[in-house]
Design a protein around this ligand. Structure first.
Ligand SMILES: [Zn+2]
Ligand SMILES: [Zn+2]
Length: 262
């Protein structure tokens, strides 16, 4: 049975899709994916422009625009000027992904923190929700979100993989939690407990494609069609019918990103 789903976070602009991007989008539709949010922040500005171009040519694709914490050290004042023009685009629905990644530390943590603060302020000015990436950095993330009053802006902690206490703190700030294929991994029992404890009106699903393919595709290139596997795992973990998980995660994504009525 096909159920209507939204992939709330993927990276369709990435080179991994250069050979078959249209086929990937067609497979997503065939699998029931009605809408996709493609995140341009997978590299510097070119990836953002590519994400917006994809959103422009397809009514079911929307874009999120910012610079990933990995690339924070490449940001200049000009970067913000360019991004502001993109945030004003009608198909751009979020500022992101921004955040902190202390696992890879591709950019110095200090630089990541500085730009996270800037992006929260920019999101407030642009009146767009935030897409937050956080790896091994929740204490600092929470300090910045509180100090910058991110609760007034809201958004989603994408690919949530933190602890129950970290989830609670993010929920208390009004953020939704988006779960990826990680919830299908065998050793993700604690994360499935977090899924169960997340209020149903704060639960989103995503692929983060081309990364993080869910079981049984783990290790291969991921694609938006596989958000169905994430939905099935969330249904199992929360003991809800798949159709209910599909309906509530879609409604949540539409509300958080203020998508136009389909
Ligand atoms: Zn991310
Ligand atoms: Zn991502």
């Amino acid at each position: 049975m096909i159920v209507p789903l939204i992939d709330s976070h993927c990276h369709l602009d990435q080179d991994a899709f250069d050979d078959d991007r249209d086929a990937v989008i067609a497979r997503a539709r065939a699998a029931g994916v009605r809408r996709l949010i493609t995140v341009g922040a997978g590299g510097p500005l070119a990836s953002n422009r590519a994400a917006v171009a994809l959103a422009e040519r397809d009514p079911d694709i929307f874009a999120a625009v910012a610079v990933h914490p990995h690339d924070a050290s490449e940001i200049t004042a000009d970067t913000y000027t360019t991004l502001r023009a993109l945030w004003a685009h009608p198909k751009v629905v979020a500022v992101g992904e921004t955040g902190l990644d202390y696992y890879y530390r591709h950019s110095p943590p200090e630089t990541q923190r500085e730009h996270l603060r800037c992006f929260v302020r920019e999101a407030g000015r642009a009146a767009l929700p935030l897409v937050i990436h956080c790896r091994d950095a929740f204490p600092d993330l929470l300090v910045i979100l509180r100090e910058e009053d991110a609760a007034a802006i809201g958004g989603v902690i994408h690919c949530f993989s933190g602890t129950a206490a970290e989830a609670e703190a993010c929920l208390a700030l009004g953020f939704a939690l988006s779960f990826s294929g990680i919830v299908t991994f065998k050793n993700a029992g604690d994360l499935r407990d977090v899924v169960r404890a997340t209020p149903p009106d704060r639960l989103l699903i995503e692929t983060d494609a081309p990364f993080l393919a869910p079981v049984p595709h783990r290790g291969k290139r991921n694609e938006p069609a596989l958000v169905r596997d994430v939905a099935e795992e969330v249904a199992r973990a929360t003991e809800r019918p798949l159709a209910e998980v599909a309906a509530l995660t879609s409604a949540n994504a539409e509300r958080v990103f203020r998508l136009p009525r389909a």
